[in-house]
Every structure is written in C-alpha cells, then in structure tokens.
Design a protein around this ligand. Structure first.
Ligand SMILES: [Zn+2]
Length: 463
C-alpha cells in the first residue's frame, strides 16, 4: 500500500514549506517537489496542511475509577482519536496491589490487543511502590519500552514524598521520566469536610474544594524533590496560573520541570459548574476548571515554552447514568473525568491557531513533535523521511460545529457542545493506511480494528 500526497503545505515545529509526500508501507519514503512515484493512491492536498498525526499522551481507556469504568475502551477510544487526527495514544496503566510493573503492562496490553486502530504505548502508574517495584523501574525503561511513570499526590492510591524521591533517583539513572498529578491531598480533604459540614455539595463546590493553591503547593513541593535529586519531572494536566508560575520559577532556576495542559483548562472556566439541571457535573474533573485568568496564563505558558505538551486527560463517563447516578447529591461522588481525545487537534487549531493565540508551528510542536520527544516515540511526531507515515491532511478552512452526535467517543456528551470549529482533518493516515476521513459533514472511521501496535519507547534524552 503506497500513497502520494500532492501539493500540500508541510508543517513542522519550526517552519512550513510546500512539498509532496510519498509513503510506502508503514513509512514516509520521500518528500520533495513534483514527486511522481507510482502510488496506489494519489491525494490532491492543494490548499491543505500536511501535519504529523497528533499524539495524545494522557488517556484513561477502560480505567476502573470511583466505582465505575472510564467508558472508552481501546477500540472506541482509538477510533475517536483517529477521527480527530490522533494517531498515537499513550495510555495510563494503573498498577494494582501486588502486581509487578510488567504484569500491569501485560494486563493492559491484553485489553488492547486486537482492538486498537492506531498505535499506542503505556505509562505505568506506580501505585504499589514495593522495593522490588522501585527496582523494576530500570527494566521498564530499558527493556519494556515504557520509560515514563505516573504517580499521584492525591487519592487513596497516592505515593508519599519518600517514594517520589526514590522514583526520581531511579529515573534519573536510566533515562526515565516521572509524571505527577500534583494537588495537595490534605488541603482538599480539609475543604471537603468544611463544605460538607456547611451542606455545600452541588457540583460547583468541586472547584471550591480543589483551589489553585492546592496545585501550586504540590508543584512547588515536587519541584523541590527534583532540585534535591537533580532529576526531572513532568506535571500532568496543569490547570492554574499559580501552578504555572511554580513551573516557570523552577525552570528559571535550571530545574527540569516540564508540564502539559489540556484544552479544557485553556478554554473552559469554573462558571460551567453553575450550569442548571446538574449540568455542572459534566465538568467535574481533577484538577477542576479554573478562572479566565488561568485560561489566559496557560496560553502564555504555551508560547513561552514553559508548557511543552497539549494532552486531553480523556476519561469519559456518561452524564446520564454515571455522573448523576453516583453524585446527584454530593459532588464528591461524581466520577472525575471528561471526554476529549477526538477534539484535541480541532480545538488546538481553531481556538489556538485560527484565533491567533499560537502559531501553526507551535501547535505542531505541542500536539505532536514535542510530545514524541518528551516520551521517546522516535518513529512518530514529524513529517520526515524514515518516520512512520502517521499523517493528517488538514483543511484549515473546513467548518464544523462540535456536537456529541457527530463524534465517536463512547459517551453521551462533550464539554465543547456547540463550539464552532475552523479547520478539520480531511484524511488521516496511520502507518500509511487511511483510518479516518471527512465525509462532508463529519469524520468517518475507515480503518481496521486491531491494526494498531504497541510501541516500545526510548529512554528520555533531554528536551
Ligand atoms: Zn488523567
């Protein structure tokens, strides 16, 4: 199977230029002007961008959580991703009590096998940090192809500071990267008690219970652990202006703190929690939505380079039957999470590039090229000869109104319902094979279930 994409504008993280792209089998084989390689399929990309497929490094597919499961599995979740131009997913793999990291990886791989439609990898989450598990970090980095490790500073399955230090030491030695959900659990527990005593249990109080300062404190503490170990850390789903300031402060002192944010923290704010008829529950996620001031600060952080990656934290629960069943009378019981994998690229382009907040090149970096570098995906993340032919032929002028019924995620709502989009994928390729395409009104999945492969990632080499 070969494809020749003619007349498009190739976009990299540092520039753009008109050229044809020829892919044969899994790989990009040639880039140049007036290519005439014989191909099974020729695409006229006049007026279109040719982008590297987006990479979503923060998803929770089939994850058990708060008495239920995140609803997208490896099939529905990666189909939705493909339809949004996401051609690689790095999913979280939560270690269960008593499991080794390898057992956790094998368990989640068995759920993915035969189901994924684009390539995927896994970040083990260290939740049972026995000494032999800490010792296994070396193998996970060098042998298993999973050099990034999630830890939580919140929830029952959080790790303590001593474990964080041990993990920072081990990952420093072998080229690993610790990823942290940074919120101060004791501040949150305290505010939960105060709010409950006052009978304040509507969805809005979810945001009140997890203030900016809880993120700020945890990031500051994590940064100090990095400073004392000389290691590096990656803050997942950074949400607040204050948290960003702590990242910037550390980076200005030469401490290797990296961070991602997500479209919801750039575009939505805490007023959403006040929507009537329990609608606010749709936005119950942790960290919570913040204020417009934080929205604006995070865009600035993307442009300054203090934020390197845009991810989704895709973790969907139905509004009817999940969000309301558990938490109708108490925000503390509403499953935390929201859908997002399918809307990542369209929002980054429409709200970021088309509205002049970020450049096209910066977008490519935060949704693909930088993400590949951060997570050791050496065959992904750029339109370059020798890389996997994970490509999005993107029409920057195509209009679309986001609505749940035209999306593919296995959930009954989208937090971006009604958002008017400028710019949509026209055709999406995963390793040279067409997986999704625009049908005039919405995206269609046209790929093959089970073709996605597990990707072994390389150790961290600096960013
Ligand atoms: Zn998450």
């Amino acid at each position: 199977m070969s494809v020749l994409i003619k007349g498009g504008l190739i976009v990299t993280s540092t520039g753009r230029y008109p050229a044809d792209v020829f892919a044969d089998g899994d790989k990009i084989k040639a880039i140049g002007t007036d290519l005439d390689n014989p191909a099974d399929e020729v695409i006229d990309a006049t007026g279109m961008y040719v982008l590297p497929g987006a990479i979503d490094p923060h998803t929770h597919l089939s994850m058990p959580f708060m008495g239920t499961y995140a609803q997208d599995d490896y099939q529905t979740g990666t189909i939705a991703g493909a339809c949004g131009g996401v051609t690689t997913v790095v999913d979280f793999d939560l270690q269960q009590k008593g499991e080794s990291l390898l057992e956790a990886i094998e368990r989640k791989k068995s759920w993915a096998e035969g189901k994924t439609v684009v390539d995927y990898s896994l970040h083990p989450a260290v939740m049972d940090p026995r000494p032999e598990v800490i010792a296994e970090v070396k193998k996970a980095i060098l042998d298993y192809g999973t050099p990034s490790f999630k830890i939580f500073m919140v929830y029952d399955f959080r790790v303590d500071d001593a474990t964080m230090i041990k993990l920072l030491e081990e990952t420093k030695k072998y080229g690993g990267l610790v990823q942290v959900h940074a919120e101060n659990v004791h501040m949150i527990d305290h505010l939960n008690e105060v709010l409950a005593a006052e009978g304040k249990l509507e969805p809005y109080y979810h945001a009140v219970s997890r203030p900016n300062i809880a993120e700020e404190e945890a990031i500051a503490r994590a940064a100090k652990m990095v400073e004392i170990t000389g290691s590096r850390i990656y803050i997942v789903h950074l949400s607040s202006k204050e948290g960003l300031f702590k990242v910037k402060e550390a980076r200005d002192h030469g401490i290797d703190v990296y961070a991602e944010t997500c479209p919801q923290y750039l575009l939505l704010d805490e007023e959403r929690y006040k929507e009537p008829d329990f609608n606010g529950a749709k936005y119950v996620m942790s960290p919570p939505l913040r204020t417009k001031e934080s929205n604006e600060a995070l865009w600035t952080g993307i442009n300054s380079g203090d934020l390197q990656v845009l991810a989704t934290d895709h973790c969907p629960f139905d509004f009817n039957g999940k969000k309301d069943m558990f938490g109708k009378d108490d925000y503390r019981k509403i499953p935390n999470g929201a859908p997002g994998i399918e809307t990542l690229l369209m929002l980054a382009h429409s709200e970021g590039v088309a509205k002049g907040r970020i450049s096209l090149e910066r977008m490519v970096d935060i949704v693909s090229t930088g993400t590949a570098r951060m997570f050791g995906l050496k065959d992904k993340g750029a339109v370059q000869v020798g890389k996997d032919a994970d490509l999005v032929v993107f029409d920057p002028n195509q209009k679309f109104t986001i609505t749940q019924s035209k999306l593919h995620m296995n959930v009954d709502y989208t937090p971006f319902e009604g958002t008017e989009i400028t710019g949509m994928p026209s055709v999406v390729f995963s390793r040279g094979k067409r997986v999704a395409q625009w049908n005039g009104e919405q995206m269609d999945f046209v790929g093959e279930v089970g073709r996605g492969r597990f990707v072994k990632r390389e150790p961290f080499e600096g960013f």
